[in-house]
Design a protein around this ligand. Structure first.
Ligand code: FEO
Length: 394
């Protein structure tokens, strides 16, 4: 296992997981995922979080090797989700005298998974732990991403160990810092990670950011993805934007179609929106694109247009899945336009209107429903919808 020097006596120990197809057995990982752990080899030694069980070879042996015969004094548990706590049991066995450091919520979860812990030091919000050169300060950040979640801030070198926050999907392919990657592609997967994993807890992200306000941060060391040293303020600004539900002046058109008729309408509407002067428009088939990408796009776009064919008197099940996810995540401050298509009795548009009532987004256009084949005459009834969508955005 390669240890990458961060600063001072802090080292990053990363594990790439390219085998797992789905994060949390749900979210596709085309580019894999990285689990980060950090070692502080000071007068006292501290390991900050571990990695998912079985992904880091013999993780505890590797840590022993890196310590070169020294004891591990502390294991700081910033987050107990198993992608970071999976190797705790092995660390406890390898270092029986280690003191586990966590807050009042950590111990219960820790024991639920790994049994009795001999040496546990409970720390409070704002409490310090001196290691020698480095002094660690613990900052509780409940529900970013679990109730016990906390961040650790090194007062000496201004390093923020941010656990799940500021992370991303994707492995670290020889690169470990933000100045070594192309941020344009990276931020797309970072937003998918934020919206899918952390987005539901945006209110708590805002509370965590408020705690960091005024704190000097030179390095951000998350548990997934690259470390930020060139421009940590940039990623803090991104999290602030996403957790306030701020969006781009962009239109997202999602459709569910069985025989292409709803798709023809979606493309027609998109074309008309572009004709009206908008150039930031994306169209997706909800049956083709995994919902995690649609959630991420919904986080990006201010205006959302949803269209569904009728299916068993309701909307298409794949559109229903997207709508259910939106209700679950509680995304706010979006504009919504609806359309449907049907052969006889309808139901797709009616069900979408039920979703609109529930989610409470601002309506941007009068809904329209296509009946039967979308010929040129029938398509013109969607011109007004496109006009209203653009007018609302402007
Ligand atoms: Fe990466 Fe909430 O665990």
């Amino acid at each position: 296992m390669k240890a990458n020097h961060v600063c001072g006596k802090i080292y990053h120990i990363g594990v790439n997981d390219r085998r797992k197809p789905l994060f949390e057995n749900m979210w596709p990982l085309p580019g894999g995922v990285a689990y980060n752990s950090y070692l502080v080899a000071d007068q006292k030694t501290a390991l900050l979080d571990t990695v998912e069980l079985g992904t880091g070879g013999s993780f505890a042996d590797e840590i022993k090797q890196l310590l070169g015969g020294r004891e591990l004094d502390y294991l700081v548990v910033n987050h107990m989700e198993l992608d970071h706590s999976g190797e705790i049991k092995n660390i406890l066995e390898a270092f029986p005298h280690v003191t586990v450091v966590g807050n009042k919520f950590t111990l219960k979860i820790l024991q639920n998974y790994w049994g009795t812990v001999q040496n546990f030091q409970e720390v409070k919000d704002g409490e310090d732990l001196p290691l020698g050169h480095h002094i660690l300060r613990f900052v509780t950040t409940p529900m970013v991403h679990w109730p016990e979640s906390m961040m650790t801030y090194d007062l000496t070198e201004n390093v923020l160990f941010a656990q799940d926050a500021f992370g991303a999907f994707g492995t670290l392919d020889g690169t470990v810092f933000d100045d070594q990657i192309d941020l344009r592609d990276y931020e797309t997967e970072m937003r998918r990670y934020y919206s899918n994993i952390v987005g539901k807890h945006s209110l708590h992200v805002q509370k965590a950011l408020a705690k960091l306000n005024g704190v000097s941060v030179s390095y951000i060391c998350p548990l997934h993805g690259v470390m930020w040293r060139k421009n940590p303020a940039h990623v803090i600004a991104l999290y602030d934007k996403w957790s306030r539900y701020e969006a781009e002046n962009a239109v997202l058109v999602l459709f569910a179609s069985m025989y292409h008729n709803t798709e023809v309408v979606a493309d027609y509407i998109a074309g008309k929106i572009v004709d009206e002067g908008m150039n930031n428009v994306r169209v997706y088939d909800v049956s083709k694109t995994h919902v995690s990408y649609l959630i991420s796009e919904a986080w990006r776009c201010k205006s959302i247009v949803l269209g569904s064919c009728a299916y068993n008197g309701g909307m298409h099940p794949m559109m229903e899945q997207f709508c259910r996810e939106m209700e679950h995540y509680g995304l706010k401050n979006r504009q919504l336009a609806l359309f449907g298509s049907c052969s006889w009795g309808g139901g797709g548009l009616r069900a979408l209107q039920g979703f609109a009532d529930c989610i409470g987004w601002e309506a941007s256009a009068t809904p329209v429903e296509l009946i039967g084949k979308p010929d040129n005459n029938k398509l013109q009834q969607f011109d007004q919808l496109a006009k209203e969508v653009v007018a609302k955005l402007n």
